[in-house]
Structures are given as C-alpha cells and as structure tokens.
Design a protein around this ligand. Structure first.
Ligand SMILES: *Cc1c(COP(=O)(O)O)cnc(C)c1O
Length: 488
C-alpha cells in the first residue's frame, strides 16, 4: 500500500512512498501530508471474521490488510503495548450511559488520555524502524496537554530516538504538566513556551520548515520526524477502535451487523474524527460522525457553513484544553479525500496567506454527508458533568462536550457511541467544581472526588505528586532552537 501527498508532488520528493517512509519523514511536498492511496475493506465478511476477536487480533489483521511495510512480528510486538492498559483483554471498554448511548473509554493507558491508543504502538514501530536503519531521529512534539505526556511515555529510553516536547506554559492542566516535567530519561527534553497552543504549534512548524535548522541537525547526524497527528502512523491506529466499538455493540446485542450508528468525537486536531471518517469510508456502517468542540468552534463553522476563518477567531482558554485548537491539521486530509490535491493545495494556501478559505455549496454538502457539528461552552459542560455524575458516571470536560452533539445533532434514533478521550483524573479541579466541591488544588480535587464517588485514582497519577521536577525551562518562542541544540 502506497501513500500519496495531499497537495500534489513537487518533483523533488517521491510521488508515492511506503508506510515506513511516510512515518519517518511525515512532511510531504508543498507542506502537505501523506494519505493512503486505498483503504482495506471493512465489509460484512471482515466484521464476521472479527466478531469474537480480541482488540489485538482485530488490530493485527487490519494492519496486515492495510499492507504496511512493517514485519508482522514487529506489529505484534507493538500491539503488545496494549497489555499494559487497565484490562489487557479489553483496552477500550464501552459503558452504557443512556438506552441508545455508549461511551467508548479510550483513556485506560499509561497517561490516561486517548493519545496512548495510537502513540503506544506507533512509538514502538518508529524506534524499531530507526534502529533497523541505524539512523537517529528527533521527534518534536507540540502539545496542548495530552500528546506531550503520551509521546514522552512511548519513547522514553527507546534507542535511536530523541524527543523534544514543547507545551504552552499555563495552557495545560497541572497533572498534564507534571506528567511531562517529571519524565526522567536521557533521550527526553521538555520545554515550556510563553504563549498558547497555536503559538507553540506554529513555532514547531516554523522550525520544521527551516532549512538551516535541518542543516544543523544533519551535521549532528540527526533526522527529523514527528509524533503529532500529521503523522499517519498515529492515524492508522485511530481507525481500529471505531471498528472495535461497532463490534462491541454487536456483541452486547445492542445492534445487528449492518445497522448504522452515530459516532460522537470531541475534536481538536481532527485525528480521532479522521480515523472515524476512514472507517466509514472503508465500509463500517456509520450514519454520521458528530463533531463536538468547545468555544474554539472553528470546526463547527467549517462543517455547518463551509468557512475556515482564522481572522475572526482568537484562541480562548477553556476547561477542555486539549481541544483549544484553531489550526486543525487533519482537516486537510478530508479536503484531499473529497476534493483532490489541486483544490486542497488552493484552499490550504488561502488559509496560509489570507488566514481563511470558503468552500462552495457542493463542497459543503459533501462534508455534511459525513459530518455534523456543534459546540458546548464550559458552563454547559459543567452541567453535563453534574448531571451524569448523579447517575454515577464521571466524565472529563472533553467527553462532556459530546453530550450536546449527541442530544441535538442526530436525525434518526440510532445507537450512538461517544468517545471519552481523557480520564477525569487529568482534569479533577474542573470535575470537582462541577460536582459542587471546594478543592484548592489538583490533589485535593482528586481526593474529594475519589472519596465521594468511590473511584480509584490510578497510582500513575497519584505518584506524580511526589516526583522530582526534571524539566524547569520556560522560554520565549525565539529561543526554542537554541534550547534544543543545547540538548542535542
Ligand atoms: C487530543 C485530544 C482531543 C482531540 O483529539 P484530536 O484527534 O486532536 O481531534 C480531545 N480530547 C482529549 C482529551 C485529547 O487529548
């Protein structure tokens, strides 16, 4: 299976590449991204075959059918990373919260957010590839709070890989920050940036595009890769849990094979939603993908009105910081899939030059065949958390944005899966407040909620509070390059 480029080919790069190359060097011609040329079929036979498969068996077969150029043994080893999840036989449990609504909990991995679902196996494969080629790679991650910890965790002490992780100082929860600044391994460096997540992501993009930075790295024998969801190595693992949720609904007798369902995805960089889109395109019976946002609702406008306009928006800090994003990278892959490379390049260049683009009516219609969208503000999310907690289900503020989408966007009464992208323990002060508790800090919030709701705080979270702070640097955007070269 080959990978091609969303903005066409510049004549210098290969016009199609294998999976390994697409993940080792994820930047394509003209600043575009790699996308698969075809998808494996998720038809009725595939679903029959996997009705009793474990998560790992399903994932292995899906990846083999994808035709990626990674040895089967290596894929198997990568998938063994799911053994460290809370329940190795069922890494993504499905909880029923309404007669027709289920929460797929994607956060049972080591950093308690859904990023582990992809980054755990992806990190294993990437470092194996680097070792096999005897090359050294630098992974630079810009994080709004969950990618950072998950990236550090998957690569720590892995040979041939170094990680520099940039986070917006003050733009993450305390627990997220602790997860990063306490990571202690020789191949990891964490730097705080004065600014918000878009500033952080922009700083990273500028560095990645700068040729003299690349020259300096080359002189040190280091190549650049990336672990954010511009890397298709993340996306490929984010298709699988959508299939698994569907199979779980069949196994629980909630649907029959072939019945359509809705998926509700709390979105930021649109990687999770893109995985759902590819699953739908490959044949999984999905009626529509409901996209939920917080007040940084650029995706709501994009889907409802066809406009992507950065000029009228400024980033607002919310209680769901992993979704405080305006430049949503994976939207580009949808544009390519629907409208082709020429149009994608045109729209993306409009965005880069003028800060906005507008799709035409046919294009909007095409987007709306697969997606609907809404957003919730912090107050609405808080009320949602309070109301489900009364019924005994505690959800985090990102997951809470999904409830309004589920309640207002469905055109038919079909079973619906909501994706829970983080455990409440990562955002305990917000949850504590919603439940009416007065907590002075994260530690108190964790304790009050766990005591009153009879929930366990995983030791991975609790132990963070006693760990030494290893990474103390907070710098201005301009000084990142200097800090990085010092580390390397
Ligand atoms: C990353 C993240 C999201 C957004 O996911 P995308 O794939 O970037 O759209 C939502 N919620 C949480 C908790 C996350 O960590």
């Amino acid at each position: 299976m080959k990978f091609i480029e969303t903005r066409g080919n510049d004549g210098k790069k290969d016009s199609s590449v294998e999976f390994s190359q697409a993940i080792l060097s994820p930047s394509a011609s003209f600043g575009g991204l790699y996308v698969p040329q075809t998808l494996p079929s998720l038809d009725s036979d595939f679903l029959d075959k996997h009705i009793n498969s474990s998560y790992k068996e399903l994932a292995l077969d899906f990846l083999v059918q994808f035709g990626i150029d990674i040895e089967k043994e290596t894929i198997k080893e990568a998938l063994n990373r799911y053994d460290a999840f809370d329940d190795s036989s069922n890494p993504v449990p499905l909880s029923k919260i309404e007669d027709d609504c289920f929460v797929s909990e994607l956060y049972h991995g080591p950093t308690r957010a859904f990023k582990d679902m992809a980054l755990q196996p992806f990190g294993y494969i990437l470092s194996k590839l680097a070792q096999k080629k005897n090359e050294n790679y630098l992974i630079m991650a810009a994080t709004s709070g969950d990618t950072g910890p998950a990236t550090l965790e998957t690569f720590k002490n892995q040979d041939n890989i170094k990680v520099v992780c940039l986070y917006p100082d003050g733009g993450t929860s305390d627990i997220q920050k602790l997860q990063m600044v306490t990571e202690n391994a020789k191949n990891l460096k964490v730097i705080g940036i004065e600014g918000n997540f878009d500033d952080t992501q922009n700083a990273l993009k500028e560095l990645l595009a700068s040729s003299d930075f690349k020259d300096e790295l080359e002189a040190k024998g280091i190549k650049l890769s990336a672990a954010n969801s511009v890397n298709f190595g993340r996306i490929i693992f984010q298709i699988i849990y959508h299939i698994y949720s569907y199979l779980e609904l069949i196994r629980k007798d909630e649907i029959k094979k072939g019945d359509k369902i809705y998926l509700t995805v709390p979105s930021g960089n649109f990687g999770n939603a893109l995985g759902a889109y590819y699953a739908k395109k490959a044949g999984l019976p999905i009626k529509k993908i409901l996209i939920s946002s917080n007040v940084n609702n650029i995706l709501t406008d994009w889907i409802n009105e066809g406009s992507y306009d950065l000029t009228t928006k400024t980033l607002i800090k919310t209680d769901s910081p992993a979704m405080d994003i305006l430049k949503s990278s994976n939207v580009e892959r949808i544009l390519f899939d629907k409208f082709g490379a020429t149009r994608t390049k045109e729209l993306m260049q409009n965005l880069e030059t003028n800060g906005k683009y507008q799709m035409n009516d046919d294009e909007i219609k095409s987007i709306q065949e697969d997606f609907s969208a809404s957003f919730s503000d912090d107050k609405e999310c808080s009320k949602t958390i309070t109301s489900y907690a009364k019924d005994g289900y505690i959800m985090d503020p990102h997951t809470a944005t999904c409830i309004k989408a589920y309640k207002t966007l469905r055109e038919e009464n079909l079973k619906t899966v909501i994706y829970s992208t983080a455990e409440w323990t990562k955002f305990s002060p917000v949850v504590a407040k919603a439940l009416g508790y007065d907590a002075k800090n994260d530690i108190e919030a964790l304790d009050i909620i766990s005591k009153n709701s009879n929930l366990k705080v995983p030791s991975l979270i609790r132990n963070l509070l006693d760990k030494d702070i290893i990474h103390k640097d907070v710098v201005q955007k301009e000084n990142i390059k200097h800090e990085m070269l010092k580390f390397l």
